[in-house]
Design a protein around this ligand. Structure first.
Ligand SMILES: [Zn+2]
Ligand SMILES: [Zn+2]
Length: 276
C-alpha cells in the first residue's frame, strides 16, 4: 500500500509533461495516420488551454479533495455498507469513477448549456496528443463534479481517486495521439478498455458518431449502455463543422465560444452539405 501511495504522490504535472514529450516526439518520427501542417502552432494553442485549466484546477482540486475526504470521514456512500478486499475496492472504485464520468460526459453532449463548454474539446480539426489539453476551463465544473458525485454515491476514498487519475491520464493522451494502433488491439483490449481508435470515433465530425464512445478508461460502459460505435480511422474527419473556419480554431475565440450562439450541425445537415 505504501508503494502505491508513493507512486500516486508523484506530481501529476510531471506525468503530463513527460507523456506529452514522449508522445509528441513519437508522432513526429513515426508513421502517423493523420497528416497536418503547423503542429507547433497547434501545440501552443492547446498548451494555452492547459495553462488556464491548471489555474482553474488548482482551486477546484482543493474543493474536490475536501468533499471526498468529508464523505469518507462520515461513511457516506454504498461501499461503506459492504466488506470487500482492499484491492477489489480499489479496482471497483476506479471503475465507478469512470462510470460516473461516462454519464457526465453523455450529459455534456445532450444538454445544450453543457455542450457549449464541451464542444471546445470537440472543435479540434487536427488531432494529436495535445488535443487532450483542449477543453474550456469552466468545464471543470462538469467533470470535476462527476468525481464528487461518484464519491458521494459510492463512497470511494482518496487512494481510489488518485489511482483513477493516474490511470486516466495516459489513457487520455494515447486516445488523442496521432499514432497508428493495430486493429487487433481493438479486438482484444478493446473488449474492456477504450482504445485510441475508439476515442477517435468520438471526435468524428458527424454527430451520429460524436454522440458515441463516451467512456474514458473502460469501454464497457458504452457497450452496456448502448452508445458504442465504430468507424475506421481512414474514413474519419475530425472536429465540428461549425468550428471549421480558421479564426474559430484560435484560443481566444474558443475561450469566448461558450457565450456565443453557434448552431450545432446535425448528421442530416452535414450529409446534405456534402452532397451539394
Ligand atoms: Zn465528448
Ligand atoms: Zn477527446
Amino acid at each position: 500500500m505504501e508503494k502505491l501511495q508513493a507512486l500516486l504522490n508523484i506530481d501529476g504535472n510531471y506525468i503530463i509533461i513527460g507523456l506529452l514529450v514522449i508522445l509528441y516526439t513519437m508522432e513526429q518520427i513515426l508513421n502517423r495516420p493523420f497528416r497536418f501542417d503547423k503542429r507547433p502552432q497547434h501545440l501552443l494553442n492547446n498548451i494555452l488551454f492547459q495553462g488556464v485549466f491548471f489555474i482553474a484546477n488548482y482551486f477546484f482540486a482543493t474543493f474536490q479533495v475536501f468533499c471526498i475526504q468529508w464523505f469518507n470521514n462520515n461513511d457516506v456512500g454504498l461501499l461503506h455498507l459492504i466488506q470487500i478486499p482492499f484491492w477489489a475496492k480499489l479496482i471497483v472504485g476506479v471503475a465507478l469513477f469512470d462510470m460516473t464520468s461516462y454519464w457526465f460526459h453523455r450529459m455534456a453532449h445532450k444538454t445544450p448549456l453543457l455542450w457549449r463548454l464541451h464542444r471546445v474539446h470537440h472543435s479540434d480539426t487536427t488531432m494529436d496528443s495535445s488535443t487532450f489539453f483542449r477543453g474550456h476551463p469552466i468545464e471543470i465544473l462538469v467533470f470535476g463534479n462527476a468525481s464528487i458525485v461518484a464519491a458521494a454515491i459510492f463512497g470511494m476514498d482518496m487512494l481510489s481517486f488518485g489511482l483513477y487519475i493516474f490511470i486516466f491520464t495516459p489513457f487520455a493522451f494515447l486516445e488523442h495521439s496521432n499514432l497508428s494502433f493495430p486493429k487487433w488491439l481493438d479486438k482484444t483490449a478493446g473488449l474492456i478498455f477504450v482504445t485510441p481508435n475508439f476515442h477517435k470515433v468520438h471526435h468524428e465530425q458527424d454527430q451520429y458518431y460524436t454522440d458515441s464512445n463516451f467512456s474514458d478508461i473502460f469501454i464497457i460502459w458504452d457497450r452496456i449502455f448502448g452508445t458504442f460505435k465504430y468507424k475506421p480511422l481512414t474514413e474519419m474527419k475530425y472536429g465540428l463543422k461549425e468550428f471549421e473556419e480558421k479564426k474559430k480554431q484560435s484560443f481566444l475565440y474558443l475561450m469566448k465560444s461558450p457565450f456565443i450562439n453557434i448552431t450545432r450541425v446535425s448528421s442530416d445537415e452535414l450529409h446534405n452539405v456534402k452532397k451539394e
